[in-house]
Design a protein around this ligand. Sequence first.
Ligand SMILES: Cc1ncc(COP(=O)(O)O)c(C=O)c1O
Length: 308
Amino acid sequence: MTDTQYGKKIWMDGKFIPWEECKIHVMSHVIHYGTSVFEGIRCYKGKDNSYVFRLKDHVKRLLNSAKIYRMDPKYTQEELEKIILDTIRENEMKDCYIRPIIFRGFGDLGVNPQENPINCACAVWGWGSYLGKDAMENGIDVCTSTWRRMAPNTMPTLAKAGSNYMNSQLIKMEALLNGYTEGIALDTNGHISEGSGENIFLVINNSLYTPPSHSSILPGITRHSVIVLAREKGYKVKQQIIPRESVYIADEVFFTGTAAEISVIRSVDRIPIGSGKRGPITKELQKTFFDILECREPDKHGWMTPVY
Ligand SMILES: Cc1ncc(COP(=O)(O)O)c(C=O)c1O
């Protein structure tokens, strides 16, 4: 991880605490059983202000993740949106990554989480390009992971839960140890699912394809944004089951995610994708996406929330 610049204060349970002093008890339920749900959000610096990208949608997904796990954070959608904006302001950040998290603290050490308090925190930090500087233009080399995403009815993938990231960590570590930047996981049927922290798109004959929500993906907010923008540009976008081998013969392949933004995949399992360079449709979508994020185009979708 490069270019990380931590904020000065973290908001936790109603107050701001210096970054170094923001601590929880070692016997907290979350430490032993992974009892957390969280979000990853980005704030971008525009000409005259900073803007949070799709704040409402991220907070909605956070509350949905909490609901799936029967966690009531006692904060409303509007209150959580304000906490996030206040945290950016308190840290005087211009552009940053934002991490709100709801977790179970210390109360009872049984597996049943319901006797444990629910805590809520929000931190911000400056984060450069997640998959490395080359990811946007030259592209990254990825592999197909030997690890599968969770089977339906095991761990719910629609919830952005901390525990799901144990699976992501296996995918990521295997990829890095074998000399790749990221891994693509298949679902339990052997179809393409997603990266350890990104959704995936294929471009084939000028149409876009991405796995559907029943392929064990986290339905990404960047994924949704790309679907909207690509359709507006006149491209067909299909959310459908994708056989593993179709990535090898696609014209272009890219990852989407809040951290990864739109990252080019130049090879999968050492097979070059298309020309082995960033393709024209990926480039066009990156431009359209960043023109909105960096306020060069009007925000006609209402995706940008001003911070200051
Ligand atoms: C497993 C996984 N899939 C997909 C995504 C992309 O989601 P989003 O675009 O909402 O960041 C993420 C990012 O957090 C992720 O962790």
